[in-house]
Ligand binder design. Structure first.
Ligand code: ADP
Length: 274
């Protein structure tokens, strides 16, 4: 099988100073894995375990101190909060078009416009309605759809996702997951997701690597690792996620119950008044 990404012994230590004291943080302690073409891989772990550092090394934004991260092919990147890195002065159309302009694709203006429209339609964004808007104007879910349109417009071989749904409402997450999976299928692209969100990773990925403090804890096919985690750390991570799921389900149930009760009471009063 062809590989799209190969990481071997990737190491990264950050050096910072606090009150004149030198602090070394080993963000990555020699991480190795590879990804086959078409694979959907999730890197799962709590905050601070080194996920963003790994992505930065893969995307060439950070230089590893040791080892190598080799990406074969074009990557499309979706960040957690896309607008922290995008100019607020560009319109939605200019934002989505940007990879075609700077990627030296040779596409002329009309061609670029056609592609932007197509990418927006794939993300269920009305072209005429949104093209002239600014990033602050669409809602969180719509903003992330703009960001996905921008990531897929250059037809990447691999989609690299950094917590793409963690700032979104519970209900919008499913929609974003669906759009990302559809894009992968359409482009025959691989997908690399880093997240702390177990439920989202389960939905998106066929294989998972669980990380803790810059190291791999375990890895395996999603179904298998969920059914039979080998380490206590993974089991706890999954259990905590189930508790959160239950909390939301319970909240939904109670809110629906209260809303129905209020509606029925109001109806009853109306009936008595009549
Ligand atoms: P995650 O994405 O899983 O939350 P990160 O890769 O952001 O984790 O961080 C891994 C570790 O490296 C953390 O302990 C974090 O505090 C530290 N770290 C990340 N970036 C820097 C930096 N620029 N300088 C110093 N320490 C950093």
């Amino acid at each position: 099988m062809e590989s799209v990404l190969a990481c071997s012994e990737v190491r990264k230590t950050y050096v910072s100073y606090q009150k004149g004291k030198k602090i070394c943080t080993e963000a990555l302690k020699g991480l190795s894995f590879s990804m086959e073409k078409g694979e959907r891989l999730g890197i799962l772990g709590p905050s601070g375990c080194g996920k963003s550092t790994l992505l930065k090394c893969i995307l060439g934004l950070e230089r590893p101190d040791g080892g190598r991260a080799l990406l074969a092919g074009k990557a499309g990147f979706v960040a957690q909060d896309p607008y922290s890195s995008i100019s607020p002065r560009l319109t939605v159309e200019q934002i989505i078009e940007e990879p075609l302009v700077y990627g030296r694709t040779g596409a002329g203006r009309a061609e670029r416009r056609r592609k932007v429209r197509e990418a927006m339609e794939q993300m269920r964004l009305d072209y005429e309605k949104y093209r002239r808007r600014y990033p602050q104007q669409p809602s969180g879910g719509e903003r992330q759809r703009v960001s996905i349109a921008r990531a897929v417009i250059g037809e990447p071989e691999i989609l690299v996702l950094d917590e793409p749904a963690s700032m979104l409402d519970y209900g919008v997450k499913g929609e974003i997951a669906g759009l990302l999976l559809d894009s992968c299928r359409r482009l025959h692209a691989s997908l690399l997701l880093v997240t702390h969100d177990v439920a989202f990773a389960k939905q998106m990925c066929g294989r998972m690597i669980v990380m803790r403090e810059g190291e791999e804890v375990e890895s395996g096919q999603t179904e298998q690792i969920c059914r039979e985690p080998k380490s206590v750390f993974t089991a706890r991570l999954f259990r905590a996620a189930e508790d959160i799921e239950r909390y939301w389900e319970e909240k939904d149930r109670l809110e629906t119950g209260t809303a129905l009760k209020q509606y029925r009471n109001a109806e009853e009063k109306r009936r008595l008044r009549a």
